[in-house]
Design a protein around this ligand. Structure first.
Ligand code: PNS
Length: 167
């Protein structure tokens, strides 16, 4: 028996360390397709300690999306499909930037489908001008003191600047 899921409600999961214009671009596109989108920040992914703590990432996402109706932000720990079940979401939303993203994304989508067959993964493409923007590049530019205004929304740029002043 299929699980009851809401296909107008999408989860947008990721590390978001930090949230970039690429993420914002995907979210704006997705809002034309879904009624509700929960941006959900993964906690304890096994990656090394991030630039921002998960709660800080959430707060920054909230500040970047406060003008968008239907968007909420949470953290999740454990399996993404379990969080999707708890929330009743019917869709996982992932952004694609370039061909090399496909391999990782397909493996993740197939794993999630095995674990939760009624949850659909939907991929959206970023715009060309955001195709090169990634959190990894942002962290690198930040480390060497570069201008981040073209990569991240203002609240994130300000938080990165404050971090630089602290260190
Ligand atoms: O932005 P990222 O780092 O590519 O996001 C990856 C993320 C957090 C969505 C993925 O690692 C994830 O879903 N982690 C939770 C654990 C899980 O459910 N794993 C099984 C699917 S691969």
């Amino acid at each position: 028996m299929p699980e009851s899921v809401d296909t107008r409600f999408a989860l947008y999961p990721g590390s978001f360390d930090p949230f970039t214009y690429g993420h914002l671009d995907i979210l704006e596109r997705a809002l034309r397709l879904f009624e509700r989108i929960e941006v959900t920040v993964a906690v304890n992914t096994g990656k090394e300690a991030g630039l921002f703590a998960p709660e800080e990432r959430c707060e920054l996402i909230r500040r970047c999306t406060h003008h968008m109706d239907g968007v909420s932000t949470t953290t999740f720990e454990g399996l993404l499909v379990d969080h999707a079940r708890d929330q009743g979401a019917g869709v996982l939303l992932r952004g694609l930037r370039q061909v090399k993203d496909f391999d990782y994304e397909f493996r993740m989508a197939f794993a999630n489908r095995k674990l939760h067959p009624d949850l659909e993964t939907v991929f959206l493409m970023t715009s060309e001008q955001n195709a090169f923007v990634s959190s990894t590049i942002v962290r690198d530019v930040h480390r060497w003191g570069g201008d981040l205004s073209k990569f991240v929304p203002t609240p994130v740029a300000e938080a990165l600047e404050a971090k630089r002043e602290q260190s």
